[in-house]
Design a protein. Structure first.
Lengths: 86, 136
């Protein structure tokens, strides 16, 4: 019951932040909203693994949190330097 | 439409999940409503970290096994390690690219000298894309 409510609240917040991705005034807003979405999707995967009793999804959540951090750092460096690495 | 049967509610699982979803919803409203990138980062990075970590604590109490504890501890550790760094990187990139704070009430700009020093350092090494794109 409360798990379903929490999954609904997470989905609502993801939909609200997709608006900020689509029309952020600057690229920093879009990168920030992308970071928000990556962390929220990790929490959503954890809640789905609790709801359906699938422990395997926790590995996917771990990998996805690290990939979201890597993508955010790459986008921020691309915003600053114009490219990702030297 | 059934009424809520309070016997099905596991309190140690549901109270951290409910608190976490409240914090995440507050962060989403803050990301939508704040006027500036820096204030939006203030809402995003802190509140989302606290909310998702609360949800993962609730997930641990739902499973209550050792291997799940190991994975969730790893996820919480990486969230606490990576979220402030990513927020700092976004704010630093936007500031060094010249995005000003919109709010007039922001009085102190502690990076005003430091930012120009950083940009001069990057310009001397020709790492900025603007100068690099003309040469090759």
């Amino acid at each position: 019951m409360i798990l379903t409510l929490a999954i609904g609240i997470l989905t609502l917040s993801i939909i609200l932040v997709v608006y900020r991705v689509l029309r952020g005034p600057s690229w920093g807003d879009r990168i920030m909203a992308f970071d928000f979405l990556s962390v929220n999707i990790v929490a959503l995967i954890v809640l789905v693994s609790v709801k359906y009793r699938l422990e395997v999804l926790l590995d996917a959540a771990l990998v996805l949190s690290l990939l979201g951090f890597l993508g955010t750092i790459s986008l921020a460096r691309h915003l600053l330097f114009g490219r990702v690495m030297k | 439409m059934n009424a809520i049967s309070w016997n099905d509610v596991v309190w140690a699982r549901d109270i951290p999940i409910l608190l976490g979803s409240f914090f995440v919803l507050t962060a989403a409203i803050g990301v939508l409503r704040f006027p500036d990138l820096y204030t939006r980062l203030h809402a995003s990075s802190k509140l989302v970290t606290l909310g998702s970590v609360g949800m993962m604590v609730g997930a641990y109490f739902a499973f209550a096994e050792v291997d799940v504890l190991a994975r969730i501890t790893a996820i919480i550790f990486f969230q606490f390690l990576t979220n402030p760094v990513s927020g700092y990187m976004i704010a630093r990139s936007a500031y060094l690219r010249g995005l000003p704070p919109v709010l007039e009430s922001s009085e102190r700009d502690e990076w005003q000298a430091l930012g120009s020093v950083h940009l001069a350092h990057h310009n001397s090494q020709e790492t900025l894309h603007v100068q690099k794109s003309g040469s090759d």
